[in-house]
Design a protein around this ligand. Structure first.
Ligand SMILES: Nc1ncnc2c1ncn2[C@@H]1O[C@H](COP(=O)(O)OP(=O)(O)OP(=O)(O)O)[C@@H](O)[C@H]1O
Length: 275
């Protein structure tokens, strides 16, 4: 497995307030890494460090074996290459939207890379892929929170980055948009993209190759199944009803070898228990 990012003994403080402590973490090429953690645990701060938007207060961050330091983040050549390789979909889409129309919004960064004709073609394709082509002439202020979320995702996906960082991608989304987003993530995974997803939505876990739990420190780093042996409630993590049901069945003495991540998996286990 090729390592894309490596964080070594990373600390971060806002003034006196320490929010990340001694984080050691690798992110591998082509993996889907899901990061869980309670509110205020430092997850967004960690994504900002990975995206070289801020530097750790202490510790080191490497991208493809290259140390990201102050000199690098002010180097236009490094920045251009890095921004092409790594896209960040923010939790609050308002931060990303500042053009007069949705179409201009998606077109904006494409024009830095492609000629106008090619950029327009890619922008149209991306809006259609995300089912938001009908919004193209609207002003970003005049669309809903969920639509904004999809537009900010479109801005990042249009550039086809190798690594996509997503902060709470399913928040604000209705069930249909959520399903669409899950499909988009699945397709990105199948296309071999490296995805780092911060979420409170446990129903995304079935897409993960690996899962981390952050609570200022790195509490867990391993496979998804392993998190169910932890005290998730004690860590203030919302555990899904499906998982709660199977953990209760296990406590009651039923033979549950694996806590299901999807309804289909749950159904299969129940059928085996009944037969
Ligand atoms: N720019 C800032 N200045 C000062 N403190 C900040 C700043 N950004 C975040 N914090 C604080 O740092 C801590 C970690 O914030 P962060 O946004 O990284 O957490 P999070 O795990 O993403 O939380 P959530 O799940 O609620 O989005 C919080 O206590 C927050 O109030």
């Amino acid at each position: 497995m090729k390592t894309l990012f490596e964080l070594k003994n990373v600390y971060y403080s806002y003034g006196e307030h320490e929010v990340l402590r001694d984080i050691n973490l690798k992110i591998y090429k082509n993996e889907v890494l899901i990061i869980l953690g309670p509110n205020g645990a430092g997850k967004t701060t960690l994504l900002k460090i990975i995206d070289a938007l801020i530097l750790p207060t202490k510790g080191e961050v490497y991208f493809k074996n290259m140390k990201i330091d102050e000199r690098k983040i002010y180097d236009p050549n490094f920045n251009k290459e890095f921004r092409k390789s790594v896209g960040f979909v923010f939790q609050n889409p308002d931060i990303m939207l500042f053009n007069p129309t949705i179409f201009d919004e998606v077109l904006y960064s494409l024009l830095q890379i492609y000629d106008k004709e090619e950029a327009i073609k890619i922008a149209e394709e991306t809006l259609k892929k995300l089912n938001i082509y009908h919004l193209k002439d609207k002003h970003p202020y005049n669309i809903s929170g969920g639509e904004k979320k999809k537009v900010s995702l479109a801005c990042v996906l249009a550039l086809n980055p190798e690594v996509i960082l997503m902060d709470e991608p399913t928040s604000f989304l209705d069930p249909k948009s959520r399903r669409e987003l899950v499909n988009i993530i699945r397709n990105l995974k199948n296309d071999g993209k490296t995805l780092v997803i911060v979420t409170h939505d446990l129903s995304l876990l079935h897409l993960a190759d690996r899962c981390c739990i952050i609570n200022k420190e790195l509490v867990y780093d391993g496979d998804v199944d392993g998190i169910f042996s932890l005290d998730l409630e004690g860590l203030n993590l919302d555990i899904g009803d499906l998982q709660k049901l199977f953990l209760t069945l296990k406590k009651e003495g039923f033979k549950i070898d694996k806590v299901p991540l999807t309804v289909d998996e749950g159904l299969k286990i129940l059928k085996e228990l009944i037969n």
